[in-house]
Design a protein around this ligand. Sequence first.
Ligand SMILES: Cc1cc2nc3c(=O)[nH]c(=O)nc-3n(C[C@H](O)[C@H](O)[C@H](O)COP(=O)(O)O)c2cc1C
Length: 189
Amino acid sequence: MLISIVYDSGFGHTARVAEALAAGVREVETAEAKLFPVANGPLDWKTLEQSDAIVFGSPTYNGLISAKLKQFFEDSTKLAWTGQKWRNKIAAGFTNSGAQHGDKLNSLISMALFAAQHGMIWVGLDMMPGNSSSSGSTKDLNRLGSWLGVMTQSNTDEAPDVAPGNSDLETAAYMGRRVAQTVRRLQPA
Ligand SMILES: Cc1cc2nc3c(=O)[nH]c(=O)nc-3n(C[C@H](O)[C@H](O)[C@H](O)COP(=O)(O)O)c2cc1C
C-alpha cells in the first residue's frame, strides 16, 4: 500500500507536518509513505498514479494554498485529471499557518474540491475538537478543532524545530494512520 504526500513548505514548518503524517502512515502494517515536496522540481507522476492515496499539504499563504501547490494542481489537469488517473484514490489534506485561525479552512476546502474534481474519495479528520473546554489545553490533539483536514499552527517567531508543536504533529500522525487504515478497509480481501 502506497500513500503519497504532496506538499509545499516555504520555511520548513509544513514540512514537519508532512513528515509526521508520513510517520503515522508507516505505523500501519504494509503501508509505505512517500514525500513529494513540490518545490523540489518535476514530480514523479507515475508513482502518484500508482499510489493508493494522495495527501495534499500546504502552508496557508494569504488565506489560500501556496502558489507552488496551486501550480501542482494546475499541472495535474493535463497529467492526471485528463483520463481521471486518480479516480477512487483516497485523498486528505493538511495546512499550517501563523495565526491560530489564519483562514486555514479556505486552503482545506480548495484541496477537497480539487480531490473531488479528480474523482477522489476525501477523508476528513474523525477527531473531537481539542482545547474546547475548561479542562482542555493547547496540548490536546486537534487543538484547533478542524474536521475537514488537519490544521496546524506555527508561531511566526519560532523555527520549524519547535513549531508546530507536538500536539499538532501527533494530530498529523493520527491522520496518516487513518488514511492508511481507510485504504486497507477499501481494498478487496
Ligand atoms: C506570503 C505569506 C502569506 C501568509 N499568509 C498567512 C495567512 O493568510 N494566514 C496565516 O495565519 N498565516 C499566514 N502566513 C504565515 C505562514 O502561514 C506561517 O509562517 C507558516 O508557518 C509557514 O509555513 P511554512 O514554513 O511551511 O512555509 C503567511 C506567510 C507568508 C510568507
